[in-house]
Design a protein around this ligand. Structure first.
Ligand SMILES: *Cc1c(COP(=O)(O)O)cnc(C)c1O
Length: 414
């Protein structure tokens, strides 16, 4: 980056004096308290590392919630974004741009033969799911089947298909006739879907619920059940898609065809972008005037998505995610630690299950030791490292894990 660009970002965001404590004090007085107190203030990132405002380096094993799959400040993504924004930054959806169309073609090719799928671009995962929700309404049916433990976002439509009562209840009434069935139970799904069902919405792996993998064949059964009743199969790949799990899309990898697919997190490597893909008849359900977005499909966001796809292909990162994921499972399992009961997930989306509800304490201890992970459930640690991480960097974390787990276990007992 030019020194001028660095200087202006410093000037606009304020001088980094007083370190984290000073920034957090200002945060608390100016930012809405929806997330609780931030655990760190970060000022810079490079590859798998981020540095906080006190100069401490951290290994980022969470990638900003499965987002920065190519690591921080990836040179190709950086060049693509700066090149696009210097050329043309925004025009609205009254107009088209080459970047938007190129990304539309790349994404639709991941789910269907040429010409069979269409995309609606958004800025986030929850908005991609809102677009999908509208597609389901355009079928003329209104019933949706979702699953226990599902997470699909925080806007009201996405919240209606999200299961956690803590997120839902304060905002009732939510739209739609939504029924929740146990995740991974194909018989329960078969019993719930009928001729009134507009769609079945599923995460191929439940990320926010603690990286829960359904039994083999579950997605294929869901496809059959939807076909029997003329319901749409809507796959939410916001967290699992775009290489995170070792393939572009989990359901495609399993040979399952979806009618609607939503994407976001890994798509722009941190530049906000989401997408709702629809295939076949579902691709024709929304017509002119039925949906819209000012920013969706913005050429800068689109070029970020194109750069991500190009780098993943060029560097063979799908296979790399699979290999590293297996390496991680082997390394954690080899610890033979009595508190670690298993490692689940796929590729580089992993949940380490613990024998006691100490995951939040382990995640805090890890942060103090310079590793970013999180605890989606009281007894599950989530790891979603960038696909560019090295085996040595992963091993460095695994080597410290026993001490972190022991420390948290003792602290909660004592
Ligand atoms: C994170 C997530 C969302 C919501 O995405 P946002 O960009 O936070 O709105 C939706 N679905 C799944 C499966 C997710 O993991």
């Amino acid at each position: 980056m030019t020194t001028e660009a660095v200087a202006i970002t410093r000037e606009l965001s304020g001088p980094p004096t007083g370190g984290s404590a000073a920034v957090l004090e200002h945060y608390q007085r100016s930012v809405m308290n929806t997330f609780g107190p931030p655990k760190r203030v970060f000022v810079r990132g490079e590859g798998p590392y981020v540095w906080d405002a006190d100069g401490r380096k951290h290994l980022d094993l969470l990638s900003g919630l499965a987002v920065t799959a190519l690591g921080h400040a990836h040179p190709t993504v950086l060049s693509a974004i700066t090149g696009q924004i210097a050329t043309l930054g925004h025009v609205s959806n009254f107009f088209a741009t080459p970047a938007q169309v190129a990304l539309a073609e790349r994404l639709t090719a991941m789910v269907a033969d040429p010409g069979e799928a269409r995309v609606f671009f958004t800025n986030s995962g929850t908005e991609a799911n809102e677009a999908a929700f509208k597609i389901t309404r355009a079928t003329g049916r209104t019933k949706i089947i979702s699953t226990e433990g599902a997470f699909h976002g925080r806007s009201l439509g996405a919240l209606a298909i999200t299961h956690n009562p803590k997120y839902r209840d304060p905002f009732a009434p939510l739209p739609g006739e939504v029924e929740f069935v146990p995740y991974g139970d194909a018989d329960a799904l078969a019993a719930a879907v009928d001729a009134e069902t507009a769609a079945v919405v599923l995460e191929p792996i439940q990320g926010e619920n603690g990286v829960v993998v359904p039994p083999a064949g579950y997605l294929a059964r869901a496809r059959q059940i939807c076909d029997q009743h003329g319901a749409l199969l809507w796959m939410d790949e916001v967290q699992t898609g775009m290489g995170r799990t070792g393939s572009w899309l989990v359901h495609v990898d399993e040979g399952v065809r979806a009618d609607v697919v939503t994407l976001a997190k890994g798509l722009g490597n941190g530049f906000p972008i989401g997408a709702c893909l629809a295939v076949g008849r579902a691709a024709q359900l929304l017509g002119p005037g039925s949906h819209g977005s000012t920013f969706g499909g913005n050429p800068v966001a689109a070029i970020a998505g194109l750069a991500v796809i190009a780098v993943i292909e060029r560097d063979g990162l799908l296979d790399r995610a699979t290999e590293l994921g297996e390496h991680l499972v082997g390394a954690v399992t080899a610890l033979g630690h009595p508190m670690i009961t298993g490692v689940r997930g796929r590729g580089l989306l992993r949940g380490v299950t613990l024998a006691a509800p100490v995951a939040a304490q382990v995640a805090d201890a890890a942060l103090d030791a310079g590793f970013i992970i999180n605890a989606p459930r009281p007894d599950v640690l989530r790891l979603a490292p960038p696909l560019i991480i090295t085996t040595e960097q992963l091993d460095g974390f695994v080597a410290r894990l026993p001490e972190l787990v022991d420390g948290a276990t003792k602290a909660t007992r004592g």
